[in-house]
Design a protein around this ligand. Structure first.
Ligand code: FES
Length: 108
């Protein structure tokens, strides 16, 4: 079963059979606040996740991600939560420092 672990939210874990949902949708549906300034349209990068493990388990990069990658606004270990689906196995991620909310308590 696909599993998302958010390391710096005390390893909050999301299990889902739903491979047709974007990573950000699974995060939001599980009650975690995650930045998404453009409304999940691939136009801002505030939803980026830093991938610690399992990048190979994600869907291929979208045109929007390639656009930002070509501008060096996405590093090799970063993807946009609003663009990527988790297709299998486990994905371990963390929230980027710049995208942390003041009202949430992070464990790093
Ligand atoms: S929410 Fe803006 S790029 Fe994902």
């Amino acid at each position: 079963m696909p599993r998302i672990i958010i390391q710096n939210l005390e390893n909050f874990t999301i299990d889902s059979e739903n491979t047709d949902r974007k990573v950000i949708e699974l995060i939001h549906e599980n009650g975690i606040d995650w930045m998404h300034a453009c409304g999940k349209k691939g136009r801002c990068t505030t939803c980026k996740m830093i991938i610690l493990e399992g990048q190979e388990n994600l869907s291929p990069e979208t045109d929007r991600e390639l656009f930002y990658r070509n501008q060096n606004r996405l590093k090799p270990d970063e993807r946009l939560c609003c663009q990527a689906n988790l297709l299998k196995n486990t994905l371990t991620i963390k929230v980027a420092e710049i995208n942390k909310f003041p009202h949430l308590k992070y464990s790093d």
